[in-house]
Design a protein around this ligand. Structure first.
Ligand SMILES: [Zn+2]
Ligand SMILES: [Zn+2]
Length: 353
């Protein structure tokens, strides 16, 4: 229930800046980690990850190379066939190819989530709801409004933006279309894409939460305090350009990515944002708890990975909730709310007995 997350910040809406809100409460101010301690935590995590990666690197790359060596020719052959069929006009590939791919991925997977939201089926999936009781079933009028704005953003904003993307890439330079990049290079580029998006999305999103931008632009996206998958790009067109399209594109531009790598990255980014807004914390899926909490409380969890939220202390309220305890990838079929129940619920049950 919404009430389970209620705390001192719940009544004040989303128009205050997050930092001001967090510090306004003496207890929160005390628990706010200093930038130095946050930086230390981030450095410890990053260096541990780096050491583990360095230790495992040789065997990982050996296995990957073996896999790629066997399948690399396969993908190159498929790519050749694809180009033979659709042609090699870079404008068509960057603009219409990107549009068709992102439109298809969004509505195919968003459609599956929407089917679950509209029909409440399969019944077992209800147990994985992050905010049970919300959108069961979803309000059709609200859903139609979402679909209308999403289509507007995808077609009217998305296609001209793709044209700008093509001209930017043409100016910057990109690799020959025929030859796919190596497996290692794709992995390396994806890492850059993910980190660049994290920074660009975090800061643009936090900026959108400043008083005036929130009121005139970002409020639309926050109409949904319990989001569903297809609300991922339900927002003002200006927000769509600066917060949804530009952050994933920046890394592509910096690296001068191959169009196929860009498509792979855009697909992953779309799947990630659909999952983050879905309202379901499913097993073996990355946890959507943080962004769901952002929609519920407005003033915490602005990023994608959570690294910058940790660094800037914009996850302090979140870290005091059970949602934070559940903020892991579930590796079993036990629903997160049953594996980590609300402490109040337990007391209530005990009291009843
Ligand atoms: Zn959102
Ligand atoms: Zn927001």
């Amino acid at each position: 229930m919404l009430g389970e997350f209620e705390d001192e910040s719940s009544s004040s809406g989303g128009e205050l800046t997050p930092t001001r809100k967090n510090n306004s409460h003496p207890q929160n101010a005390q628990q706010n980690p200093s930038i130095l301690s946050s930086l230390r935590s981030v450095l410890i995590v990053l260096s541990t990850a780096l050491i583990c990666f360095a230790a495992a690197r040789n065997s990982i790359t050996w296995h990957c190379q073996r896999f790629w060596g066997a399948s690399g020719d396969f993908w190159q052959a498929q790519w050749d066939k694809f180009l033979d069929t659709v042609g090699e006009d870079p404008f068509y590939l960057w603009v219409y190819g990107t549009f068709i791919l992102s439109f298809g991925v969004y509505w195919l997977f968003g459609g599956i989530y929407t089917f679950m939201d509209m029909t409440n089926k399969p019944a077992a999936i209800r147990r994985y709801k992050i905010q049970p009781g919300t959108n069961e079933p979803v309000d059709n009028r609200k859903l139609l409004k979402v679909i209308w704005y999403v289509l507007l953003n995808q077609v009217v904003v998305g296609i001209p933006s793709s044209m700008l993307m093509y001209w930017a890439m043409k100016w910057r330079g990109y690799p020959a279309l025929r030859e796919l990049p190596t497996f290692h290079w794709v992995l390396y580029e994806l890492a850059v894409h993910i980190l660049t998006e994290e920074a660009a999305f975090y800061y643009s999103h936090r900026f959108l939460h400043s008083r005036y931008l929130y009121k005139y632009i970002h409020k639309q996206h926050h109409e949904w305090t319990a989001p569903i998958a297809v609300t991922a790009i339900y927002c003002n067109p200006i927000e769509h350009i600066f917060s949804n399209l530009l952050p994933p594109f920046l890394g592509v531009f910096i690296m001068g990515s191959h169009v196929a790598t860009a498509w792979l990255w855009f697909t992953l980014a779309i799947l990630s944002t659909l999952n983050a807004h879905s309202g379901y914390h499913l097993p073996f899926f990355p946890s959507p708890e943080a962004h769901d909490f952002h929609h519920l409380k407005f003033n915490n969890c602005f990023g994608v990975l959570g690294v910058l939220d940790r660094l800037h202390g914009t996850d302090t309220s979140f870290r005091q909730t059970r949602a934070y305890v559940r903020h892991i990838m579930m590796l079993s079929f036990i629903p997160p709310r049953e594996a980590f129940p609300e402490p109040n619920t337990c007391k209530h049950k005990l009291g009843k007995r």
